[in-house]
Every structure is written in C-alpha cells, then in structure tokens.
Design a protein around this ligand. Structure first.
Ligand SMILES: Cc1cc2nc3c(=O)[nH]c(=O)nc-3n(C[C@H](O)[C@H](O)[C@H](O)COP(=O)(O)OP(=O)(O)OC[C@H]3O[C@@H](n4cnc5c(N)ncnc54)[C@H](O)[C@@H]3O)c2cc1C
Length: 496
C-alpha cells in the first residue's frame, strides 16, 4: 500500500471511530454480537480476502473493511438487532465514484451487494450474509440549491433534515422517526405527518445521482423510467442513489396535537373505538394526521394538525372523548421542538414490525378484525396501529411519476412488537401472534403492503409491495442490473 493509500485509509477509519456519519452506532450502549456465518453465499476465505482487499485499496473513493478491522462490527450494526446479518466486506465509500468502484469489485468477487443508508430496514435488507455492503454513512450532507430545493445525501437522518430545514421555515414531507435514513425512506415511499398535504417523500424528489448495478453513473431528472422506479420501488433493487434533490414547502407556524387514551380495553370496546375512529378520520382535512395505536389493552389515539383547526377535527375529538378515559391537547408554535417528541428510540433494539395492510374503509377489515383485536388485547406489548393515509398522496400527477402503487387507500396499518435481549419466551409469543394476525389479514383479502414496512413472511410480496408495477420494475432491473448484483430475499427479480 502506498503512503497516500495508507493515509486515506487511516483518515476514514478515524472518522468512523469518531462516530462521524455513523449515527446509530454512536447511540448504542453495547456491542452487538454477530451471528454465526450463514451458508446463503459462500464467504471467501478470510486470509485471501484480507490480502485481496489490501491490494484493492487503491483509490481515495472507497475503503474496504473486513472482520479484521476493529470498526467492522460497528459499521455492521443496524437498528434491528433481531435481524442482524453477517457480511464479508463493507465498502465505506466517500463519493459516487467510490460506489461505482465497489460495485465493480463485488462483481469481480461475484458477491451480492447490499446498500445501507440509515440502517432501519425492518428485515435488514440493507445487509447480507457473506456479501459486500456499500456503506453510505459518509454521504450525509445537505446543500441548498436554487428555487428552495435541497440536495441531500442518502445517509442524512431525518432529525438532521428537520434541523436544517425548519429554522429556514421549510419542510419536506418525511417520516417521524429521527434516526431513519433519507435513502431507504425515499426509495420506498416515505410517509409521515405532512404526507396528506404534500405527498410522500418520493413525490417531492426532483433529481437523483445514481450508480446502477452495471456500474454506470446517471444524473436523473424529468420524465425518466429509472427515476419512476426509484420513487417507491428503489430500495436496493437497481443500484445505489448517492444524492437526492427535493423540492421543499413552507414550514407551518404551529404543529398541534390531541392525544386520547383508554385503558383496560376488551375486544368489544376496542372495536367500538376503532369503528368510531374510522368514521371520523375519513373526514379529516389534509393537514391532519391521525393514528389509532392499540398496545395490548391500552389505546392511544393521536390527532395532529398544522393549519387552522377545522370543525371536522373538533367533531372527531368530541366524539372520541366520550369513549376514552382521558384527553390532552397542545398547540405548539415551536414546530421543530414538537416534531422531536416523535423521534422515538435512537439506539439499536430487538423488534419485529411489519405493514398490516392498506385499507379504504373499516369494512375492508370487518371480516377479521374481531379475531385480530382479541389477539392484541390478550398480548401485552403487541401493537396494532392504523394511520390515516390518502389526501395529496392520491394526486394523479404523483401516480404517473412513481412506481409507488398504493395511493387510493385511506389508511395504512402496521404491527409492532419489541423485546430485550434474553427475553426469548416473550419474543416467541410475539412472533407466533404476529404470524397468526398476518394470516388473518391475508385470508381476509388485505394483501397490499407498504414496501418500507416489509416482512419476510409476506406471501406474494411482489404484488403486495408493487401491485401492477412489478413487471415494469423487472424490465428496469434487466436494463440497469442485468447480472442481479443487487439482491436480497425480496428484491425485484430479473424477468424469467
Ligand atoms: C423506528 C422506525 C420508524 C420508522 N418510521 C417511519 C415513518 O415514519 N415513515 C415511513 O415511511 N417509514 C418509516 N420507517 C420505515 C423506514 O422508512 C424504512 O425502514 C426505510 O427503508 C429505512 O431507510 P434507512 O435508510 O434508514 O434504512 P436502510 O436499512 O439503510 O435501507 C433500507 C432499504 O433501502 C435500501 N437503500 C437504502 N439506501 C439506499 C440507496 N442510497 N440506494 C439504493 N437503495 C438504498 C436498502 O438496501 C434497504 O433495502 C420506520 C422504520 C423504523 C425502524
């Protein structure tokens, strides 16, 4: 290795050790043990790998790390400890060219490639067993462009995004969790408090710098087939997005909430509350978001808004107040401060979460909801959440420009469960109930699912995530990743 290469490698290692750009790891209080090697892809002998990699460290654009490197484990740590994987090589890139070099190298080694931005994939589709992971942690900058557009690195976290935009009185509709990465969020859709007013995160995407699976660099904008695919169907399927350009919107001057709570629910009361919630949520204006969150026997209903409170909002709160045990409301003119309340846990944890279907009305789930609610109220810690959807998300202009398919629905639901290390019995109970509920929804015909809330257990995941757009995505895969270099259990497959 030349002096220059050694210096380069040392500098990047120092940045990594200092926590620069590696946000999740910085929050972790304990090391994450890596599981046994899997046979998914046969790893290359470590000795040979180290030698080859030393030779390969020939540019300023990428550093290859193996298990011999002390910071490898930190970089291989993800938000979900339950789905931890065991890659052979991490390519820590510092720019777009580094991504192209890493793809070429993986092709030489005939290794599958995964790509990590914020590392929040429920199923850890941003890692693999025995392959190469392109780690984008160092690509996390935000730069203002003309016309109030911003250029954002894929590993920029949502809390960093809000910290930059809100003081400048601008907003990008994105998710609520502070440590989710812009990369994965945008490429799978991107949904949160502002989506019913301004669309999904991917609907606000005007340009992308992209390295395809064949190693070619593209500057995408306008009406482009690959850009269409990246708006909702882009998670690790065709290559790597190294930079996103978004339009922004004026930030609101307040962000206010009402929170209703009810405790000790049995199935009947939970059902009455859910039906009442559906009836009212349907009428909410576009600046409102609401979530029905049933955690075992405890219910929280959240309703937020950021414009003038409408009579429909008041009607909903009044109707639900009669049925709940408590209600609190707050108008918050510190929007940045208000959003921080929803950032959630910021260090790696054990969990199983998944989409539980998109719905148009309560009648979509009427056939199975009693059984679902019975399971939830009898399992403390198992969470069934339904969120309002619709509004601007269903604008025809967004539909045409994106592969994101599920725009006509009014609700998006999810299942969640969390446990600590060593709580195997609790975990197993959650997983059993989880699977049973997924089966109930599937048999009831609730089959459309959100790609950013994936589950390895989804049957027919191709149509569940991508609807009628799957075949078109396969054709794009053929053009831009013809060797299927980017692959994981639920990646878009090459056409047969
Ligand atoms: C606690 C928590 C809260 C969440 N809250 C929300 C929410 O409010 N709204 C919402 O819509 N979603 C939410 N999600 C889901 C989230 O959108 C997805 O998990 C998202 O894919 C995470 O992106 P990431 O970059 O952090 O993850 P990663 O694990 O890095 O990536 C996720 C997927 O995208 C691919 N990918 C990432 N970056 C790139 C890139 N640059 N180029 C190509 N492919 C890439 C990966 O290969 C992987 O398949 C939440 C998830 C968690 C765990």
């Amino acid at each position: 290795m030349s002096q220059l290469q050694e210096d380069r490698r040392r500098i990047i290692k120092t940045l990594v050790l200092a926590g620069f750009g590696i946000h999740l790891v910085g929050c972790s209080s304990e090391p994450v043990p890596l599981p046994e090697k899997s046979t998914e892809t046969k790893p290359i002998e470590p000795e040979i790998l180290v030698e080859e990699i030393e030779e390969k460290t020939t540019s300023n654009n990428v550093v290859y790390l193996t298990k011999e490197d002390e910071q490898f484990d930190s970089l291989a740590t993800y938000f979900n400890k339950f789905t931890q994987k065991n890659p052979s090589i991490i390519a820590l890139v510092s720019n777009t060219e580094g991504v192209a070099e890493a793809i070429a190298y993986a092709k030489e080694l005939n290794m599958p490639v995964s790509v990590k931005s914020g590392g929040h994939s429920f199923e850890q589709f941003s890692s693999n067993n025995g392959g190469l992971v392109i780690n984008l942690s160092l690509l996390n900058t935000i730069e203002w462009k003309e016309a109030e557009e911003v250029e954002i690195g894929p590993a920029c976290l949502l809390k960093e995004l809000y910290d930059e935009l809100l003081p400048k009185q601008r907003i990008l509709p994105a998710g609520s969790c502070g440590t989710v990465g812009v990369g994965g969020l945008t490429l799978g859709g991107g949904y949160g408090f502002f989506a019913r007013k301004y669309g999904l995160t991917c609907d606000n995407l005007v340009g992308v710098t992209f390295v395809d699976g064949n190693g070619k660099i593209h500057e995408l904008s306008g009406n482009n087939e690959l850009l269409w695919a990246l708006r909702g169907g882009g998670n690790g399927n065709f290559g790597v997005a190294t930079s996103f350009r978004f339009k922004t919107h004026p930030a609101p001057n307040h962000f206010s909430y009402t929170r209703l709570k009810a405790k000790q629910l049995d199935r009947e009361r939970a059902r009455t509350l859910l039906e009442t919630w559906f009836e009212n949520a349907h009428q909410l204006p576009e600046d409102c978001f609401s979530a029905f969150v049933l955690n075992g026997k405890s219910l929280t209903i959240l309703i937020t808004h950021f414009e003038t409170a409408s009579p429909k909002l008041k009607e909903m709160v009044d109707g639900l107040t009669e049925l709940c045990d408590s209600v609190t409301s707050k108008r918050n003119s510190d929007v940045a401060g208000a959003l921080k309340n929803y950032y959630g846990i910021q260090h790696p944890i054990y969990f199983k979460n998944a989409s539980a279907g998109y719905y148009s009305t309560f009648s979509d789930i009427e056939g199975c909801i009693d059984e679902v609610l019975e399971k939830v109220v009898s399992t403390p810690g198992l969470i069934y959440q339904v969120n309002t959807f619709g509004g601007a998300i269903n604008k025809p202009e967004y539909t045409e420009k994106s592969s994101y398919p599920h725009r006509s629905y009014h609700y998006l639901s999810e299942l969640q469960s969390y446990w600590n290390e060593g709580q195997d019995a609790k975990r197993d109970r959650y997983l059993t109930e989880f699977e049973a509920i997924q089966h109930l929804f599937y048999e009831n015909g609730n089959r459309a699912q959100y790609r950013n809330y994936p589950s390895i257990g989804f049957k027919d995941w191709e149509s569940a995530y991508f609807g009628e757009n799957y075949e078109r995505l396969q054709a794009i895969k053929q053009t831009y990743d013809s060797d299927n270099t980017f692959r994981y259990p639920q990646s878009v497959k090459l056409p047969e």
